[in-house]
Design a protein around this ligand. Sequence first.
Ligand SMILES: [Zn+2]
Length: 465
Amino acid sequence: MPSATLMEALYGDLERVVRELQEVVRLGTPESVSGDQARRFVERFAQAERAAASGVALFTPVVVGTGSYAKEGHASAQDWLGTLSGTSAGAAKGRLAAAERAATDPTLTDALHEGGLSAAQLAVVTNAASEAPESTGNLLELLGQGASHQELSDAAARLKAAARSRETAHLRRARVHAHRHLRVHQVDSGGVRGEFFCDEVQWARVAPGIEARAKELWKAAGGGTEPLEAYRLDAFLEQLGGPGGSAGADGSAGARRPSKGARGQAIVVIDAAALRRGTSQGDELCEIEGIGPVSVEAATELLSESSVRYVIREGFDIKTVTKATRDVAACIEAALLVRDRTCARPGCAKRLGLETDHRDVDFGDDGPTELDNLVRLCPQCHDLKTYGGWRLEGEPGAWKWIAPAHPKSAHYIARARRLAAAKGRARAAAAAAAAANDAAQANDRAQADGNAKTNGTIRRNRGGP
Ligand SMILES: [Zn+2]
């Protein structure tokens, strides 16, 4: 059979390529290359990894179907694949399930033949297909456009959420509630590690306060000698009534109490049509800001709470609103929330802790605070833009991330940010000192006036009849 001969020849090719790859890894000396060269090596290795993952997904269903794994002495297919790939049997089981599902879907099989799907990507796509069979084409298209894993997962979550009927959304929340937990255990090397699982609506009641307080603590500490997630834990513990971690094990450097602004507010962004219907369809929005897509039923459960703000999209255009103040007008903020659901840098897709950036003209140069001039970025991408010289060009939905002529390393950007933070602190300290000085002088004057008045009274009294 000619195709069998062809496959034998291809197997020979594969053997040779693997040998060569192993040779490169064996002989390569990473310490003798520059950072840029090393980056190119990793880019190629990652390509090889993805092609290999696609190959594994294409051929495993045949091994499982024929039971050939038993010939190597393995009791189960997941045991066999786990041993081969150096993963747990559980991880191998998930991989096998994804491969089996892909084998029944011609679109996915084609994508695997192109060699561009990592194991993790295949898992997301097949998992989405199990709930929303029509989602595969959309997700593969996204991947073809170079979407990041986060973007892919978000799109899959939206498509799945839309595919669920009101009833299944209800069942899903009941399941989440039944499995809610908080687990904490001590780590051998010191410290405790915890994990919790809860309903999105419950989390939306506390998360905005934690996020706002974390940012406040982060700013008070000079903007990031430690990552924001460290301050998020401090804020979390503080909310539970503890002193918060920023006080440190030695109790030093405790931050001030939370400001009024740190109470935070949950924001629900929802399409008017979805709200009216009671379920979302297609790519309609129904998300809790900073958490993710939820069912309309879950979103409306928050309606009665005073700490929740609703941003309802009804296709209105408020592009022309201009307000010359640092505090972005509430309606512009709402429009920005609807427009930039995630960090605007293509491929980033972070949705937690987004910051508003004045895109074209800095406010110092009289840039108008209007929607066209604003964009939401995560702190890391914001740093790349502010200190690394990267630029956003294009328009919402079609942003291009333009590299500077001489891209900077992460070390350079971190140094620039620390320097700017130190300058900011010095300016704030100088302003505070000046204000204190003014207050002291005013106080002195008031006291001198008061003394003069008192003396005058005494004199008048003495001089009286
Ligand atoms: Zn980002």
